[in-house]
Design a protein around this ligand. Structure first.
Ligand SMILES: *Cc1c(COP(=O)(O)O)cnc(C)c1O
Length: 395
C-alpha cells in the first residue's frame, strides 16, 4: 500500500487542473498583453479565471492579484500594509509566534526597517485569545496578520472575530489562508478580511502560482517592477496556464467542500483515536478547531525523523515537525510556540490526509505508526531512561 499523507506540504494535481493547464499550453499560448486575437483570447481566459477564483471567497475580480504562490502573497501583503502604515506614522505590526516562515521572516525584515512587531501567544491549544489581540492593538498598529489555519498543527483561528476587532480599531487585517482556501468556507466580506494569501498547490493545482486578495482601496506595493500586468502591481507576463490550472483546481475542490469536510473530519478523528492508544503520546493543537485533514502527534522517547523514514519504507508519506533533515537541529517553531519542550517536540509526526482517504488506509496508518513507535522506543536511550525512572515522562 502507498498512502500520501503529506497534503499540507503539497497536493497531487487534479485531473481537471492538469487538463486546464495543458489545454492552455497547447492552444491558448498567446501573451495576454498582445492586441491580436490569440493574445486577447488568453486575456479573456485569464480574466474568467480571476472571476471564478474571486467568487469562491466572495471577492471582486479586481481584488485578486496573481502571484507566484503563498510566499509571494504573504510578502506583498506585509510590505503593502507596512508602506501604508509608514505614511501614517504607524510602525507596529501584530502577528503570532507560529506563522509560516514567509510571514515570520518578512516580519524580521520589517523590524530591521524600523517596525515593531508583537507576536501573540497561541497557547497550548494553538489558538489566539481575542482579548489578548485587543490588548495588543495600539494607536500606531498598522497591520494584524494571523494565519487562517496552521500548516503544522492545523488549528483554525476565530478569523471572523479577529477581523471584527481589527475593523473596529481601524487596523488592516491580513490572513495567510494557504491551508484554508478550498478546504474551509471563506467569505472575505463577512469574515472582515482585508488581505488574504492563497497557493494553488495546496488544493490540487500547480506549484508556483497563487493569489493575493486585497480589498478595494488598499494600495499594494510592488515586489517586482516592470510591465503593467496585474494593474501595475506585479510585473511580468502572466503564467496563464498555471492560473487556469489554479482556477480549475479551486472550483473543483471548493465545489466538493462540504462532502470533503465531513469525510475527512471523520477519517481524521478515527486516526486521532487510534494514535491516542499509543502510551506517552499527545495530540498537538485543539482536537476540534482544526483542519479536517490534519493530525499531529508527539511521541515521547523517539526522533520524528526515524519515524518518518521507517513509515516511508512501509509506503506512508508523512512529515515531522523537527527540521533536522533540512540541516537544522531546531525543533519546529510551531510546536515550541504551543509549549512543547525540545525533547518532546523532536518526536513529532504530522499526517495530512487527502480527500479520497479510506477507512482501510487510516487503519493501515494506525497499525504501522504503532508498530514503528514501539520498535524505535525499543532501542532509544531516552526511552530507557524514562522507563527506568532516571528521567521523568512529560506526556
Ligand atoms: C505552503 C504554505 C505557504 C507557502 O506557499 P508557497 O506557494 O509554497 O510559496 C505559506 N503559508 C502556509 C500556511 C503554507 O502552508
Amino acid at each position: 500500500m502507498r498512502i500520501y499523507a503529506d497534503n499540507a506540504a503539497t497536493t497531487k494535481m487534479s485531473r481537471a487542473s492538469i487538463d486546464a493547464t495543458l489545454k492552455c499550453m497547447e492552444e491558448d499560448y498567446g501573451n495576454p498583453s498582445s492586441l491580436y486575437s490569440i493574445g486577447q483570447e488568453a486575456k479573456e481566459l485569464l480574466e474568467q479565471a480571476r472571476k471564478d477564483i474571486a467568487a469562491v471567497i466572495n471577492a471582486e475580480p479586481r481584488e485578486i492579484l496573481f502571484t507566484s504562490g503563498g510566499s509571494e502573497a504573504d510578502n506583498q501583503a506585509i510590505r503593502s500594509a507596512a508602506e501604508i502604515g509608514k505614511k501614517n506614522g504607524k510602525r507596529h505590526i501584530i502577528s503570532t509566534a507560529f506563522e509560516h516562515h514567509a510571514i515570520l521572516h518578512t516580519l524580521k525584515k520589517m523590524e530591521s526597517e524600523g517596525f515593531e512587531v508583537t507576536l501573540l501567544d497561541v497557547h497550548e491549544d494553538g489558538l489566539v485569545r481575542l482579548e489578548e489581540l485587543e490588548e495588543a492593538i495600539r494607536e500606531d498598529t498598522c497591520l494584524v496578520t494571523i494565519m487562517f489555519a496552521n500548516n503544522e498543527i492545523g488549528t483554525v483561528q476565530p478569523i471572523r472575530e479577529i477581523g471584527e476587532i481589527c475593523k473596529r480599531h481601524g487596523v488592516l487585517f491580513h490572513t495567510d489562508a494557504v491551508q484554508a482556501v478550498a478546504h474551509l468556507p471563506i467569505d472575505v466580506k463577512a469574515d472582515n478580511i482585508d488581505m488574504l494569501s492563497s497557493s494553488a498547490h495546496k488544493y490540487h493545482g500547480p506549484k508556483g502560482i497563487g493569489f493575493l486578495y486585497a480589498r478595494k482601496g488598499i494600495r499594494l506595493t510592488n515586489l517586482i517592477e516592470g510591465g503593467a500586468q496585474e494593474r501595475g502591481k506585479r510585473a511580468g507576463t502572466e503564467n496563464v496556464a498555471a492560473v487556469l490550472g489554479m482556477a480549475a483546481a479551486l472550483k473543483e475542490t471548493a465545489g466538493n467542500m462540504q462532502a470533503n469536510i465531513e469525510h475527512m473530519s471523520a477519517m481524521r478523528d478515527r486516526l486521532i483515536k487510534g494514535l491516542q492508544e499509543i502510551p506517552h503520546s499527545a495530540l498537538n493543537g485543539d482536537a476540534k478547531k482544526r483542519l479536517p485533514g490534519n493530525v499531529n502527534f508527539c511521541f515521547e522517547g523517539i526522533e520524528g525523523e526515524s519515524l518518518l523514514l521507517m513509515l516511508d519504507d512501509r509506503g506512508i508519506c508523512a512529515s515531522s515537525g523537527s527540521a533536522c533533515t533540512s540541516g537544522s537541529l531546531d525543533p519546529s517553531h510551531v510546536l515550541l510556540a504551543i509549549g512543547r519542550v525540545h525533547d518532546v517536540a523532536h518526536g513529532s509526526l504530522r499526517l495530512t490526509i487527502g480527500e479520497d482517504i479510506t477507512e482501510e488506509e487510516v487503519d493501515y496508518i494506525i497499525k504501522n505508526v504503532k508498530e514503528v513507535v514501539e520498535y524505535l522506543r525499543g532501542f532509544s536511550p531516552v526511552w530507557r531512561d524514562l522507563m527506568s525512572g532516571k528521567a521523568k515522562f512529560i506526556l
